[in-house]
Ligand binder design. Structure first.
Ligand code: G3P
Ligand code: MG
Length: 246
């Protein structure tokens, strides 16, 4: 699998409402090859692209996603909170997002987002199944903070590329890796320790950092060998880093 240095976080979320079809399209228009999106499911089981447990922050409605149906979320405007230019944007269903990513020939890091009330097996089952129907193996990386969700993903697809998602990389990361056989480890860059970076890369895994929107403060981590970053705007970074990694 070949990942670029920059993965557009929640789509091109600096320039379009996060986790929407508009943000996916904006990322493609800006030349991004890969994006990250969060997936969870509604109360009726429909998988959707959304980060928070509620719709309060990023829509004109209120309430928990787990209490909503597909019909409920179709009534929400998820663009106006960001800018009038995106008025009328609708919450993206997973299937719609996958179709667009595929049509745009992009790669996708699909993050399995386990908010309260969600079941890891159900989310992993539906998300991995649908994503693998649409995207080729080398264009899909499935990650999660929830190791149980990743275990279910692995059990469904032995060849699936997995990313272990942590805040600070714990000392026990290697036992997670032994069990899950991931492609990469994803870490909060403000909590990254060089020792962990060295260990992860020595094990042959890529180390990706989130969410990096301050290229100057981050610069020394390139020198330490970080493989790539999730950023709300890849355009913030110096062109000399716009090269492929592993
Ligand atoms: O997958 C990297 C990053 O998206 C994890 O944090 O909260 O932005 O989903 P969050
Ligand atoms: Mg995410």
């Amino acid at each position: 699998m070949q990942l670029p240095r920059y993965i557009a976080h929640r789509g091109l979320s600096e320039h379009a409402p996060e986790n929407t079809l508009a943000a996916i399209q904006a990322a493609a228009d800006a030349g991004c090859e890969w994006i990250e999106l969060d997936v969870q499911y509604l109360g009726d089981g429909t998988p959707v692209i959304w980060h928070d447990a509620t719709v309060d922050r990023c829509s004109d409605g209120r309430g928990a996603l787990i209490d909503m149906t597909r019909e409920d979320i179709r009534r929400l405007d998820v663009g106006s909170w960001f800018s009038d230019d995106f008025r009328g944007e609708r919450m993206a269903l997973l299937d719609e997002a996958l179709s667009l990513v595929s049509a745009l020939d992009m790669g996708l890091n699909l993050e399995l987002k386990l908010n309260p009330g969600h079941d890891a097996e159900m989310l992993a089952g539906v998300a991995v199944h649908r994503a693998r129907q649409v995207l080729p193996q080398d264009r899909l990386l499935v990650s999660s903070f929830d190791m149980t969700a990743l275990e279910h993903a692995r059990s469904r697809d032995d060849a699936l590329a997995l990313g272990l998602l942590y805040e600070a990389v714990p000392r026990c990361w290697a036992s997670d890796a032994e069990r899950l056989r991931p492609f990469s480890v994803h870490a909060d860059w403000t909590r990254l320790e060089q020792e962990r970076l060295i260990e992860v890369q020595a094990a042959g895994l890529a180390l990706l950092c989130y969410t990096v929107n301050d290229p100057e403060r981050f610069a020394s981590w390139w020198d330490h060998g970080v493989d790539g970053v999730f950023t709300d705007d890849p355009g913030l970074f110096d062109a000399r880093y716009q090269r492929q990694t592993r």
